[in-house]
Structures are given as structure tokens and as C-alpha cells.
Design a protein around this ligand. Sequence first.
Ligand code: IVH
Length: 673
Amino acid sequence: MQQAEALRTRLNHHLHRYHVLDDPEIADAEYDALFDQLHALEQAHPELRSEDSPTQRVGAPALSEFAKVTHVLPMLSLDKSTSAQDIDDWVKRCLGRLPGETQISYTCEPKIDGVAVALTYENGVLVQAATRGDGQIGENILANVRTIGAIPLTLIGEGFPNKFEVRGEIYIALDDFDAFNKRALEKGSKPLINPRNGAAGSLRQLDSKITASRPLTMFCYSLGWSEGDWVPESQMQVLESLQGWGFRVNPLVEVVTDSKGCMDYIDNILEQRSRLGYEIDGVVVKVNSLEQQSILGAVTRKPRWAIAYKYPAEEATTQLLNVEFQVGRTGAITPVARLAPVFVGGVTVTNATLHNMDEIARLGLHVGDRVMIRRAGDVIPQVASVILSQRPGDARAIELPTQCPSCNSAIVRLDDEVVARCSANRNHCPAQRKECLRHFASRLAFDVDGLGDKIIEQLVAEDLVKNSADLFKLDAAQISGLERMGEKSAKNLLQALEKSKQTTFPRFIYSLGIREVGEATALSLAQHFRTLDGLQGATHEALEVVDDVGPVVADSLYHYFQDEENLAVIEQLVALGVQWPEMPVVDAQALPLAGEVWVLTGTLETLARNAAKAFLLALGAKVAGSVSAKTTKVVAGPGAGSKLEKAQQLGLTVLEEKDLITLLKEHGIDVSD
Ligand code: IVH
């Protein structure tokens, strides 16, 4: 008996460390061993079993339906606000109803986008878990909720009321969502549509074994009601007590004292939104004092003491009007969705990238479909899914064109490539030529001021420019003859072109637009070979020695420098005066990050991961795949998981991507666009 009880206490302690505090003290395998031990003991001695045992989290037989529960206190909804003015008005209304008060305090909390539940505890044991339902009557989903590791079956600490109700939001964290879907796809089972929908669907399962397989967690955000003599004074005190009893509470809750404080919090959380690791749809502001809350009361199912500030939705539905095929610099054909204008993520979106034909097949997309558009943070809008139930009768399948929309050459798709390409080379395909010139003139390449898309388009259309070297052969008369170009702008452009001839070796390599060679690889190549002759003459093997150059990149470089036309353009560029200072001989020990070991984890939103790695290598750091005592710094993006936790445990410096970008800039690598 004692041994079983001791094991249960230990297991519950570790569940709390893992799911609530995000700070495990033992490895998963050690937990499993303890769990197996308790399980064996309970099997051998059924009389030792108890309802609140961690082994009983998945034990209930499947239900035929959920029992209805009437909420002791209704589960209310919240008034919404979307502007500083709304918040200011609400603060004034609260103060107006609280005689004698001129300044009160408010809690500000992230508004978690999940499923609301109410948990009832009796003598410290979870006895009921109810959905919101219509606010008055919900459903008892206890068996499902018991499977969620972050929810205590038995409370810890002291002083909790004999009977009380805790409310909060059950949700799926983004990295767990991605990992779950990845596994589902590998196994050939159905992925979850989105985290919110996944959480709701998981809680609706009549068989709690299914719920147990879903990565659910919970943030608790309020007290429903309580019996006994515990009378908390404020929302903040409630949250602190809940945390002490083993509940998971959002660490970002803050107390502020006026509407400006509310707005600062709202702006700050919006800025962090894409890095939180879970979805939120806004902020909830609550009057902190519970006494003041009860004075303010509620009207028509909404409390006067709280308000939701809604952020712009990151998802919206619209119609796919057409799919167009764009031709890139290397001939890659990219399908682009043309959409009926829709407001999402704070902007009006009319286009979304579809990446490639495989993506279209994965989505099962037809022209005319109603689609879910997603635009999170500053990320390019994506088509997230197709709403099949609303497919119109005349929806049309999307086919890859057989001919290049720019030059009519055949479009080919090599067996091992996802990307389809125009089979002509850049000299014969105007779209490719335009994109090459755009790339050549762009900020991280030759940075030619005033050479915009419109001018490039005309230069190509009128056949004045066939390749980048031709840009430096233009004269004032040719330029001023273009639409919307006068003598003055022609002179400015010629000056900008002249100025751009003074460049650097990495920029020069990057400007060539070689497939797979981004600015980071260009930098590694420049540092390694130091001269154009060295780079041009490099063998496949010699190229692969460079940090961050694998067989594919080496192949691409090798073929580029085998092409007579490419070599002729390079020769002309140099003959026309393009030049760069000699690359210094690098003393590895003298590099700014020499001796440092960095780890990149989570999603990087601005830099490609291999680019971030190459830049760090160029500055002398090593980049490792896992966190250890040898690690110097960790860059963590959204969705960072165990590596970030380990880094925090070890007390390492953890940077955000923007800190890395600043650091690169300090060392002369400018990647902001
Ligand atoms: S307090 C009186 N706090 O938002 C209503 N709600 O309309 C008390 N939600 O579905 C709600 N995060 O489940 C509160 N920190 C938070 C919240 C939160 C998410 C959800 C809640 C409800 C909706 C409110």
C-alpha cells in the first residue's frame, strides 16, 4: 500500500514538473520505468488501485454519449474590442461604476485560442470536467480530460477549498501540433486541420484512448466558484494559488493600472505572437479586484469586469479565382494563387504562393474552390486548406502548363525534382532574363539604385539588355528613351550603375544568380577561394570542401562555370570595370566568433536555416545540432522545444532570430531587406 502510494506521489510530481513547469527532473525513460513499476504493482494487487493514480488516466471504457452537466455558474462570453479607443471607453465605464475609484488595477492575459473547460475538484481530486456548451449546460468530458498530463488529478500544496471549480483553455502547442501531423502523415492517418480544431475534436472523442494520443495541454485562467473559507482578493492571487496547487498558468499575465498599460501589454503580446509557440486570438483584460468584479457584475451573459481585445485573425476563407504560373530566375515555374481580396493577419491579401505542383496535389486544389488562407506574423500568405464541402460545380482541376508562359519553350519536370522548369536558358526566356537582372540589381547583389522592375521590363522588352554586362553598356540616350525616364533620371541611373561597379567578392558571386547559391554560400565561397580564378577553376571535389557546400550546390556551381556564355558575361563585367578589394587571408583564430559553439532551434522566420548556419561559420563559430555543456549560445525560434529547455536548464544565453540578425549586422553581414 505504502509503496503504491509513494510511487503515485513520485509520478504525479514528475508529471507536474514535465507538463506544468516545463522543467523535467528525470528522463522520459525513467518516468516510464516508474510508471511500469506502479502498473505492475496495481495489476498484482488490484486493491491498491486508486482513481487518481497516473495509471488510471486512460482506463475508462468508451462512452456512448457524454452526460450533460448544468454549470453552477454560467460560463460567460466576453465583449470584444479592437482599438485603443474601445479599451479606453471600457476602462472609463468600469471606473464610472465604481464610486470613489479613480485608478484600479487590471490583469492582462493572452487569450488562448483553444477550448474552454470547467474542472471541478472535491477534496483535492478532479471529479468533473465540463465543456462550455451553451454556457448554461455543457458535457462531462472527465474521461478525456483525465488523459491530459498538464491537468492534475490530485492537487498538491495546501489551502485549496474543499470543493471548487477552475476554468481554463485546453489547446495544442504549435510544435506538438506539427510533430503530431508529421507522424500522422508518415503513418498514413489523417492529420489535424489546425490546433484549435484539433483540440476541440480530441475532447469530443467518446473513446478516451484517442484523446490520450493527442498532445493536449491547458492554461488555467480563473476560478469558477468555491466552497469554504478561502476568499481570494484578486484575480492575480487566484492565479498564484492555482499555480501553487499544481495547475498550469500562463506566465505572461501582468497587472497594469490604466488603459495605456493595457494597450502597451496588447502591443507587446502582438509583437511576440508568432514566437509564443501556441495560438492566441487576442488579450483578455480583467478588473483585478474580485470585490470590484462583483460590484460590476454582468449583463446578458457578459461580465462588465472583463473585455477581450481581438487581434486580426490569421485565417480567413476566400475564393481561388485563378492560378498563374510565374517563371523564376532559374526557370523554376511557381504556381501563384489569385484570390478574391480577403482581410487576414491585418492586411488585404489577393495572392498566395502555392510553391509547386506537389503542393497543389496535396491540397487537392481546384480553381473556383473556397480556400482557407493563413497569414501568421509577417509570413507570406499560404493556402492552408480547401473547403471541399463548398466546391462549386464548375471547379476546374489545375494543370501544369506544357509551355513556358514567357517564351513558349517546353516546361520540363525532372524525375527527382519537385520543381518544374522552363527548358530554355536565361538568354532565350525573357521572364528568366528579367528575374536575373532584378536579382543582379538587388540590394544584396549590385544594389543599383533606381533600377526598378518597370525599367528592367522595358530594357528586356526592347532587347536593350540581354545580360547583366549589357547594363553597363547602356548610354544616356537609350535610358532616357524609356517610358517615364527623363534626362535627369537617366543620368542618375548611369551614376548608380557606375557606383555599383565597386563591389565585394561575395556580392559579386551572389549576383551571378547561380542556382542554390544564396548570400551565405557566396560568402563562404569568397572566403574560401578568395579569387575569381580560384573559384572558376575549382573542381567538384574542391568545391565540396567549402563549409555549407554539398554535392548539389557543388554540381550547380561546377556547371555554371563550365558554360561559355556565363564565362563570357563574367569576363565582360570585369572588362567594363567591375572590381572588388582583395579578400583578406582569414586567420580562423582571429574571427569574431572563434571558439564559440552555436545551436539553432525552432523556426527561423527571416533567415533560411542553412544561411544562418553559413553566416555563423563565416564568423568563426561552430554550429552544432544539440545543446550540451560546450554550447556557447542558442538561437531559438517559434516551436523550439527540448533544445531550448535544455539550454535554459544549463543557463545558456538564448537569443531570438532578431538578435542574431543584429549581431550579423554588427559584423558587416546585412541580411535585412
Ligand atoms: S476569461 C467571463 N481569460 O475566451 C469570461 N477567457 O469569450 C471569462 N479565453 O471561450 C473568460 N483565454 O475560454 C478568459 N485568459 C483568458 C482566456 C479566455 C482564452 C477564452 C474563453 C472563452 C473566450 C471568452
